[in-house]
Design a protein around this ligand. Structure first.
Ligand code: C5P
Length: 670
């Protein structure tokens, strides 16, 4: 996951390959609650692991459910519809998860304990009054702790005998379908007799109610439905665990990859995006995004649990759509509209205004930053397409809304070749923590940005490069470690850095079974991080690095590190030989005296004793050798920017490099 302040997505030009998507949020949180209310153990496969499911799991654990996770499988032992009596008041924090807040409010107000439900500030602006009103008609006791109609809430126990079940329970259906979902999921707890729910106003987002009914049926509860106005939970309904249940991949998450196929698989018809984990027969309403994507020109094939998408019409065809049935996925259409042959209008989307953020305003603001003309009103948005000269490089605000972040990544396919900056990209964690990694695994960029950092030994280039990479969310290549591992492999093969072994060492280097994970260097699966850091390993590295065939063998390996969204590479010939087209090259220097002092501190902290003087003369000798050696001598690339960090803190050096990088970027301020 990207935990950086922003993520720069370079201009993208194509996409093809296979993606596996995380589990559906809507299914995951409903299944978790149903399994928690049922008796017995339910094994849930392919559950979504995200912020929203985590807050639900934390809440269920607090209620006394047994939860046992192993890989992509989770076993949950329910409370059988009953809380242990006499527990203390439970405070439950539900983040910004509407799929946890609404159903838990309903379930907890019938379970009999005392609870306080709260969330992030935005959650306290998301309406819940209609649900609370419905539950209050029934006799539940719920108080607002902040603004009336909104969380946080205080729930008090109620005697089931006192619940008013004779009259139909009336709930509004035109603000959020989650109110009805919450009642449907929770009311079986009180089904001593038939319970009737009547929907007031036109029910929105009906497909989400279908998911609810489908999953209730899987847990043994057969709700009877008359149109979309009247629902009856039969007397004696009890949750019974299906034993095992599979969570489909998230159809809303699939929308970004369906759009990707429609936009970016090129006109050749050869490439496609294959999506695994969800097919056109999904129980999720957002799967009907496929119809809208087809209308815009996408070619979509489907089979059991898979979709295959390629570009059809290009430019895409403009669309005028009542998107009430696919409120979440429709945001993706708003970005696809930039690539259409005329203005596209999405109607009947008032619910966008009460989601993670006011999504109509958010989409309109950010689309305008890209250069688009956008009209919007209380319940619609109209987006005009962008011609090549109209596109602007924009810093996209994401409003703590995962979907804004995900759908704007598609703007990176703009024909103007401009990058897109996504601010606070970690908000995708709500439903799809690895969204950007997944996108990058199938997207192609004409030019993946590279920053090269070189400099003499002990100049601090490794620390600087790793930190710059971390702050930008870029990959990091420590090229020295490749020479160090090659030296180690040479030694283990009983070879030495002599010209007669050059070809053999080069062959070893070309096929190094090398992996970098979590700061560790693995050679054929063995952690060699410490072994390659010894002085002796450094000497070996230095020797093998003077063999031209070894350098040539490592060339392609190093270039393979150039992957989306970008790379920071540190080492000798990064800016001259490996990535001569790097957008920024930094040559880091510091006086020998300074470097000797830093190294001295480092060694002392490791308990190794040396003297400053000897260190300094060693460094000077090594500088002289490094600069005068015939193979890959230490010398700055012609277009390198020099940074003497003798008097700078590490933070100051990082700031300087980031400022230089910023100067290269076309983004206007957010
Ligand atoms: O940076 P580090 O000390 O790990 O590098 C080990 C040795 O590998 C250096 O002494 C240098 O001679 C060599 N090297 C190189 N080219 C690179 C990186 C390191 O020749 N790109």
């Amino acid at each position: 996951m990207f935990s950086t302040a922003f993520l720069d997505i370079p201009a993208l030009a194509g996409a093809s390959g296979t993606v596996r998507l995380p589990g559906s949020k809507s299914i995951s949180n409903r299944v978790l609650l149903l399994a928690a209310l049922a008796s017995g153990t339910t094994t849930v496969h392919d559950l979504l692991d995200s912020d929203d499911t985590r807050v639900m799991l934390d809440a269920l654990r607090a209620l006394g459910c047994g939860i046992d996770a192993a890989g992509s499988t989770l076993r949950i032992t329910g409370i059988g519809g009953q809380l242990k009596p006499g527990g203390p008041m439970l405070p439950l924090f539900l983040g910004n998860a509407g799929t946890a807040m609404r159903p838990l409010t309903a379930a907890l107000s019938l379970l009999g304990g005392e609870f306080e439900l709260s969330g992030v500030p935005r959650m306290h602006e998301r309406p819940i009054g209609d649900l609370v009103d419905a539950l209050t008609q029934l006799g539940c006791r719920i108080d607002y702790l902040g603004n009336p109609g909104y969380p946080p809430l205080r729930i008090r126990p109620v005697d089931h005998g006192a619940l008013v079940l004779d009259a139909p329970i009336r709930v509004r259906g035109d603000v959020s379908s989650q109110f009805l979902t919450a009642l449907l999921l929770a009311l079986p707890l009180a089904a001593r007799k038939d319970i009737v729910i009547e929907v007031v106003g036109e029910l929105i987002s009906k497909p989400y109610i279908e998911i609810t009914l489908n999953l209730l049926a899987r847990f043994g509860i057969a709700v009877q439905r008359e149109g979309w106005e009247r629902f009856t939970i039969p007397a004696g309904s009890r949750y019974s665990s299906p034993g095992d249940i599979h969570v489909e991949a998230d159809a809303s998450s699939a929308s970004y990859f369906i759009a990707l196929g429609a936009i970016a698989t090129g006109a050749s018809g050869q490439d496609s995006i294959r999506i695994e984990g969800v097919g056109a027969d999904s129980i999720q309403g957002d799967i009907r995004f496929i119809e809208a994507a087809r209308q815009m020109g996408a070619q979509v094939d489907s089979g059991p649990n898979w979709l295959d998408v390629r570009r059809g019409a290009w430019p895409l065809k403009a669309i005028d759509l009542d998107a009430n049935h696919i409120p979440d996925a429709a945001m993706t259409l708003a970005v696809m509209a930039l690539y259409a042959d005329g203005p596209s209008t999405l109607r009947n989307i008032a619910s966008w205004r009460v989601k993670e953020t006011d999504r109509i305003d958010a989409m309109a603001n950010e689309l305008r930053k890209l250069g688009a003309t956008v009209d919007s009103g209380p319940d619609f948005i109209r987006v005009h397409p962008l011609e090549r000269p109209g596109w602007q490089a924009a810093s996209i605000r994401t409003y703590d809304d995962h979907r804004v972040a995900m759908c704007f990544s598609l703007a990176a396919f703009n024909p103007a070749g401009l990058p897109v900056r996504i601010l606070e990209p970690h908000c995708v964690a709500k439903t799809f923590p690895d969204y950007f990694e997944t996108l990058f695994s199938v997207a192609q960029a004409p030019e993946v940005p590279v920053i090269c950092i070189d400099g003499p030994t002990a100049s601090g280039k490794g620390t600087l490069a790793a930190e710059v990479a971390r702050l930008l969310g870029y990959h990091y290549l420590d090229s020295g470690s490749l020479y160090r591992v090659t030296g180690l492999a040479m030694r283990r093969a009983g070879l030495s850095a002599e010209p007669q072994h050059e070809a053999q060492i080069a062959a070893l280097a070309a096929a190094l079974p090398l992996h970098f994970t979590e700061g560790k260097v693995l050679l054929a699966g063995e952690d060699v991080s410490d072994e390659i850091r010894t002085e002796a390993a450094g000497m070996d590295a230095s020797r093998v690095s003077t063999l031209p065939a070894v350098r040539a063998a490592l060339l392609a390996l190093q270039q393979r590190f150039r992957q989306l969204p970008g790379l920071v590479a540190d080492g000798r010939d990064m800016g001259t030989v490996i990535f001569p087209d790097a957008a920024l090259k930094v040559f880091l220097t510091a006086s020998a005296a300074q470097r000797a002092e830093r190294r001295h501190k480092q060694l002392i902290s490791k308990g190794i004793s040396t003297t400053l003087d000897s260190l300094r003369s060693d460094l000077e000798a090594r500088d002289a050798r490094d600069s005068s050696r015939s193979v890959a001598p230490l010398k700055p690339a012609q277009d390198a920017r020099h940074l003497d960090n003798s008097q700078l803190s590490i933070e100051q050096s990082i700031d300087q490099v980031l400022n230089w990088w910023q100067e290269k970027q076309p983004f206007k301020p957010a």
